[in-house]
Design a protein around this ligand. Sequence first.
Ligand SMILES: [Zn+2]
Ligand SMILES: [Zn+2]
Length: 280
Amino acid sequence: MIDLHSHTDRSDGTFTPAELVGEAVRIGLHALAITDHDTIMGYDAAVPYARDAGLELICGVELSTKYKGQSIHLLGYFPNGGPSDEFRAWLEFLLESRRDRNRRLISKLQSLGLSITLEDVERHGRTLTARPHFARVLVEKGYVKDIQEAFDVYLDESAKGYVQRQDVPIDEAITRILEGGGVTSLAHPVRVAKNDWEKLAGYVSDFADMGLRAIEVYHSDHSPENVAYYKRLAEKFGLGITGGSDFHGANKPAISLGTGMRGNLCVPDELLEVVRAKVA
Ligand SMILES: [Zn+2]
Ligand SMILES: [Zn+2]
């Protein structure tokens, strides 16, 4: 069993890199990819712990991209110990645009009558302050009863506090990852098109033309029907298959590293080859 999708507290997870490596070892994972949003600092910090524990650790990243006005998550994996310096510099630029979104989100929440500051949320987000950190502050201040309500009422795309982020176009993200020495995989396709399989197939065909290398077939949110369909889709377009839990620690308590939601996940070891594959 391996897990190719996980988050540390360097993005919106709650486990430190050391704790995440510890958990991977405890449950007997054969390999772990850390795929924090917009940053590889969690991976960098985890490297010595993984080396000491004899765990195969893969450098990954998850980017929020845009296609036809829709938000699409893209995974990038860097098999040779991490991306190029150019790619690292580009991630810095993405972090800056996220900070800009955070400033606008604070103004929006303040205009809705909430007493919340950037300092309040940045206390929770280390490298990167994301919406779960906003949610936690809203709970602490008693505006909502839990994280879920914070998203439902204020932070979700359809909620009244939502502000748009300047997401990068997916073709640019795919190209950047390839040029940075990486392999791309379409994250949790179930969120791209719920049950509109024709639409998803159209998107995947477009992304394959842009250089997409794989689809995340296995994910905690995927039903067995989803998995079967995404497998066929990968085959049809000559794409590889990846999979992972999307573990976030206490920010998504229903999901366990490796085994997903109530044990619905077991990613086979041979998928490692996809993210290990040398980029031509
Ligand atoms: Zn995602
Ligand atoms: Zn994720």
